[in-house]
Structure formats: C-alpha cells, structure tokens
Ligand binder design. Structure first.
Ligand code: ZN
Length: 448
C-alpha cells in the first residue's frame, strides 16, 4: 500500500493510488487506521479536483460493535429500501465498518464519516471501508444555540442529537453509499441485468440506458455526481431511521427510539435550512458544498411532497426583529414523510442506475432552486439566516509525544490561545517559524 502511494505521489500516477487503495481495503479491522492522498472533491466547484488530506485514527471498540451488528444485518435491511430488487447490487460487499476516534486529521475540514476509496469502480467491484469518526460527532454537537427551532424541538435536539447523528452517519455510509446497482454493459456486450424482466421503475418501459464499458458514475455524472450521491445517502439514512428494527441495532428502542428518529429528521431539515443556506453563493446561484446542496434538496422535496411534514414560517424574535420558525410534524414522518422520501429516493437510484444524467440533472436542479418569491422565498430569508449565524467553533487537534516508552496525549482548549499553542508545540523548531513567515508573506497578496 505504502509503496504504491509513494509511487503515486512521486510520479502523479493515479493508477498507483488506486492500487494502493486496493491494498488498503484488504487490511480489515486494524486498530490504527490511516489513509492519505487527494481524496474528496467537495470543494472544487466543478467537482473534479480532489483536495489533499491524510489522517491517523484509532478504533473505538464499543461503537464498532454496533456498526458490526449493522453490517451483519445488511442482507435483511437492504431489501427494505424503496427501489425494486433488481436495482440493488447482486452481492452486497460486506465492508469493514469501524468507528474511529481521530488523532490527527489533516485537511480543510474534519468529516464525521467517510466511505472510501472514492473510486466508484473499486467500491462497486472490490469493496470499500466505512469509517465513522466518533469523537468528531461528539465534538461538533456540544454547540449551544439552535436558531429557528421551537423550544421543545431545541431541547430534544440537545438531548438526542448525538445519538441521532450516530444513526444517520451509520446508515448514510453503509446503506447509503454502499447500496444500489449500476446497470452496465461489459466489453463482450453482456448486460449485468435481465433486459426482458427488468423495467424502468418510473416509466415501466424497458431499460434503454446504462453504463458502457469504461464509463463510471463519476465520469457520467461529473459536477453533479458528488451532491447527488450525498443526497441519495442522506435520504437512505432518513428513510431507514423510520424502521424500528433498524433503530434497535443502535440500541434505540421504544419511545426513546422514536424520539431519536424524530430528532434525526429535525436535525437534517434544520441543517438543510439554517446551515446549508449559509453555504449558498447568491451571486453565483450555487451551493459551495455538496452536502449543503444535498440537504437543501431534501428540505425542498419534503416541503413540496411531504403533505406538511415540515413547514417554515416567518415570525419575530424577542427583540421584534425578523425571525423564522421551522417545524416538523411528528405524526407525519412515518406516513407522508416516508412516502415522499421513498419516492424521491427511488428516482435518485433509478437515474443513477441507468446513467440517466439528463433526467437526474433536471430533477436535482429543480429542487436546488433558491426562489425569492412564493410560499418559501428562501433567497429573501438568507439575510435573516446569516444574521443569526453562530460563530464557528474551533477544532484544535491533540498531539502525541514520546516520553521514553510512553506516549503522552496533549490536548488543548478550544480557544484562539489553544489553537496557537498547539501550533507552537507542533513546530518547535524556530527555523520552521521563519519558513512559515516566508510562506505567509508570499501568499499575503492573495488576502488583501
Ligand atoms: Zn456521504
């Protein structure tokens, strides 16, 4: 694995990085996990160029056990997804699904879960690893103020959000990214589905489009691919979290289980509204981030087809300033909400399976619109959302230090002082300080 990575980084050969990743997926259940390279394309507006990242993390035993239960139940749960059986993979490649605690994550942001390698042809044919970054979830969810929610929902979020997010991440990564077949023709002209019996799930007509030899999902869906696939995975999470048996695999039972499901829906819809519109570039009419667009699309789908499962209304805050209120109807998530997400999820999967990027784009663009009039004038609401925006929290990563044979863990306060101290400790050599200053001066002109 490392040899291939070295070859890739020295020569720029993508094929070598793919081979390195092939070795990596075979290394199942290690107690220290690491991956490195140009991985995620989220931040590239065209969704093509990936950003450099690398991490080192350790396995969290008890949490991994829950995910193990999920993997073991996969064959029973996958058929509960709303699309016809023929649209599911012939064979579910049981992934390695571990919960890790991050020691160091180098990159522009630390995700809560990853399903890698990102090469879909490897994921489809050879396998993948699912990684949930447990301590990231806990760190992110100690946030305090939640605007645009009623007091009862805000309290439920405080109580159950971490649990709900664990559920969503597990379902998103395993049954979201891990599910769904791609219809394809191989080099010998053989189709991987039965032309006579498998019909287009939306029209009932024969299947006329599929992936031809050499075509991949990313190659066909290009700049739409990332947001579209994230949306599919998020919908799978919302959909399966309505299943009591699935919730039991996460130790969420009875009334509490139902509350966790409810909070999962509130959290996703609230995020699609309050957080995702922060990531909308009104001038370019574009979302800056794939996950943001994905969650906003889900909010729009449920506003349009959910029969009132979610609603947003204008109100005034205590100081008489314009404010907004998002409400989710608890009674409707298992009925109208489930139906709306299920129907949408089927369309997402059908267009993905049939390589029908034109239909996918038309549908996705419709729900990505940010209207400035009508029942939900989102463009007009953005200033209100930005006014209530909470300051971003600091993620200050820990260090390890070798003292004799002992490894010491050094942690820092989540404050500017803590952040600076962590960098001072990370770069103790004064020569490095000079080099950093040099780099700063070189780049300063880009930050007038
Ligand atoms: Zn994802």
């Amino acid at each position: 694995m490392l040899d291939e990575y070295v070859r890739s980084f020295q020569t720029g050969a993508l094929a070598a990085h793919k081979d390195g990743s092939r070795h990596w997926i075979k290394n199942k259940g290690p107690s220290v996990e690491t991956y490195i390279g140009f991985i995620e394309t989220y931040r590239d507006p065209t969704g093509m160029r990936a950003e450099w990242e690398g991490f080192a993390a350790m396995v969290n035993g008890p949490m991994s056990e829950k995910f193990g239960r999920l993997v073991a139940a996969a064959e029973k749960i996958l058929p509960r997804l709303p699309w016809p059986e023929a649209y599911e993979k012939d064979r579910f490649l049981k992934p390695d699904f571990t919960s890790l605690d991050v020691l160091a994550f180098a990159g522009s942001g630390v995700p809560a879960g990853i399903n890698i390698p990102n090469y879909d042809e490897i994921r489809q044919e050879e396998g993948f690893k699912n990684v949930s970054l447990g301590n990231v979830i806990t760190a992110a969810y100690t946030a305090s103020v939640l605007p645009f929610l009623g007091p009862e929902d805000a309290e439920l979020m405080r109580q159950y959000r971490t649990q709900a997010f664990e559920v969503q991440v597990g379902l998103h990564e395993l049954f979201g990214h891990g599910s769904g077949k791609l219809f394809a023709k191989d080099k010998d002209g053989k189709l991987n589905f039965d032309e006579k019996t498998v019909k287009h799930a939306e029209t009932g007509e024969p299947i006329t489009s599929f992936y031809t030899p050499g075509e991949t999902y990313d190659g066909v869906f290009t700049d739409l691919g990332s947001a579209y696939e994230e949306c599919r995975a998020e919908c799978v999470g919302l959909y399966l979290s309505l299943d009591d048996e699935v919730m039991e695999l996460f130790d969420c039972r009875g009334d509490t289980g139902r509350l966790v499901t409810y909070v999962n829906w509130v959290d996703n819809l609230w995020d699609g509204f309050a957080k995702c519109l922060e990531q909308y570039d009104a001038a370019a009419r574009k979302f800056m981030q794939a996950h943001s667009r994905a969650r906003y699309v889900i909010l729009r789908v449920l506003l349009e087809h959910g029969d009132g499962v979610v609603s947003i209304e204008e109100r005034q805050d205590a100081d008489g300033r314009p404010d907004l209120l998002l409400t989710v109807c608890r009674d409707k998530i298992h009925t109208a909400g489930k139906k709306a997400i299920g129907d949408f999820l089927t369309r997402l999967q059908v267009y993905k399976a049939t390589a029908d990027v034109a239909a996918a784009r038309a549908m996705f663009d419709h729900y990505s619109e940010v209207p400035d009039s009508g029942l939900h004038p989102f463009a007009k609401w953005i200033p209100i959302i930005l006014e209530k925006k909470q300051p971003r929290r600091f993620l200050v990563q820990a260090h390890t230090e070798l003292k004799g044979d002992d490894v010491l863990l050094r942690q820092y306060e989540s404050t500017p002082e803590g952040l600076i101290q962590s960098f001072v400790d990370r770069f103790p050599d004064p020569a490095i300080e000079d080099r950093l200053l040099e780099l700063h001066q070189k780049d300063a002109k880009h930050f007038p």
